[in-house]
Design a protein around this ligand. Structure first.
Ligand code: NAD
Length: 428
């Protein structure tokens, strides 16, 4: 079983640790330890059967020192204000590390979207915007999809915002559908971005990528394209993936004696990242328990689902073969696990560097919306690769210069840039 962690306490703990390393002025640290603004609101939604249900919504704006707040909206039954705070804080560091001119924010709703009809989901997303439209906008705060939300929902939200403010404003939300203001390459962006950083890590470690193996937790948007990218770009093999099963209310790991075929698995996965277990078994896949993914003899582990999955308990079961942990998910590693990773000498690519591909293409999407001119997919992915590679190198350089762990180095780059922006604006 995975231990229960409070993601925001973890985010603050990581920040405090690096603030100390950087000898950061405690008054500046106090500003950055907490989000600048927090919104908590109720969203009444008329359900298809005529009843009225009230949902709990959130938005947190952590820092806009480097530009408008930026971050996804998560629809999840276990959403809490602290999760949103943590994710919003990490977004500030992620945008800084990726060197895109945006700040950090995050939003959410306590709901299992799979239990809603399409019409109910549309009313809920529009309700979220009705609560927040005065405090979001292309120059204020630009939300995007996250777990449980998708491009269609962003299309509805953009439409609601445009109607409320009285002008077509595509760049208020990113992650919109193609043809509705979305960018080519956004669907693949986070997963491919993970693989660009894995490629750079392997070069750094002197590893030949062809024939290497990776075990993945989760099989949603991020994990699917990371799996495809690992096979197609690096010539690697996917040992297993895992997902949550709504019917059984449990997670499972899926492996195959001849290694996984990510495109086949994608074809039997629903839009919430749930693999059809019957079809998987029919094709020879083996179903194991939730935490089996982390025990595999592989070169790379990629947590790509939720927070706190790589913890002191699960780290005990990690194979000595593992050389890289690529954090596709946000906040997958607890501070206790961090210590074990360092002791074992595993190369960690921290979340806000590793999964920055999504927000980078979101930023490209906003740029294209504002220009009203759209780039082809190859151009988007090439620009993404350049940004991710540059970000990886900046963090690696810091890690080597200061002789610190990659997560600390990423924080040092990010916090340094945010503090510099605060100073240049005369805030501190
Ligand atoms: P998603 O909703 O598309 O997929 C989530 C996956 O995790 C699904 O396959 C689900 O079945 C699985 N899952 C849920 N609970 C699980 C459990 N207990 N054990 C194993 N699997 C479980 O979400 P996503 O967009 O792929 O995001 C995944 C992670 O990556 C999140 O932490 C998110 O914040 C982060 N992230 C996403 C993006 C993006 O662009 N989508 C960008 C940066 C970071």
């Amino acid at each position: 079983m995975s231990e229960q962690i409070n993601a925001f306490e973890m985010a603050q703990k990581q920040f405090d640790h690096v603030a100390e390393l950087l000898d950061l002025d405690p008054q500046i640290a106090e500003v950055l330890r907490w989000p600048a603004r927090e919104f908590s609101f109720r969203i009444p939604v008329r359900m298809d059967d005529g009843t009225l249900r009230v949902f709990q919504g959130y938005r947190v704006q952590h820092s806009d020192a480097r530009g408008p707040n930026k971050g996804g909206i998560r629809f999840h039954p276990n959403e809490t204000m602290d999760t949103v705070r943590a994710l919003g804080t990490w977004m500030t560091w992620k945008c800084a590390v990726a060197d895109i001119p945006l700040g950090g924010g995050k939003g959410g709703v306590i709901v299992d979207p799979a239990t809603l009809s399409t019409a109910e989901k549309e009313r809920l997303t529009r309700g979220w915007v009705q609560n927040m439209y005065r405090n979001i906008g292309p120059r204020q705060d630009v939300p995007a999809p996250d777990v449980g939300t998708n491009p269609q929902m962003m299309g509805w939200m953009m439409d609601e915002y445009s109607k409320l403010v009285g002008e077509f404003t595509p760049s208020v939300f990113t992650g919109k559908p193609l043809g509705g203001g979305g960018s080519e390459g956004r669907t693949e962006a986070t997963g491919y971005g993970v693989i660009y950083t894995v490629r750079e890590a392997m070069k750094h470690l002197g590893m030949e990528s062809k024939g290497t193996t990776m075990a993945i937790q989760g099989f949603g948007n991020v994990s699917q394209y990371a799996a495809i990218g690992f096979v197609e770009m690096l010539g690697g093999e996917i040992a297993c993936v895992s997902c949550w099963d709504r019917d059984d209310k449990a997670a499972y790991t899926y492996s195959h004696p001849n290694m996984c075929d990510p495109k086949f698995l994608q074809s039997i996965t629903d839009k919430y990242g749930m693999i059809d277990s019957a079809k998987a078994k029919e094709a020879g896949y083996v179903q194991e328990d939730a935490d089996a993914w982390i025990t595999k003899d592989v070169d790379v582990l990629m947590p790509g689902a939720l927070e706190g999955q790589v913890n002191a308990e699960t780290m005990k079961t990690v194979s000595d073969q593992v050389r890289i942990i690529a954090e596709g998910a946000n906040g997958p590693t607890t501070p206790e696990a961090d210590e074990i990773i360092q002791e074992k000498g595993i190369f960690d690519i921290p979340d806000f560097l590793c999964n920055a591909g999504g927000v980078t293409v979101s930023y490209f999407e906003g740029v294209q919306n504002d220009m009203n001119f759209y780039w082809p997919k190859d151009e988007v992915l090439e620009k993404l690769d350049q940004k991710m590679t540059k970000a990886f190198k900046a963090v690696l350089d810091m890690s080597e210069k200061e002789k610190v762990y990659m997560r600390d180095a990423a924080y040092m780059v990010a916090i340094g840039d945010v503090v510099k922006a605060m100073q240049l604006r005369g805030w501190v």
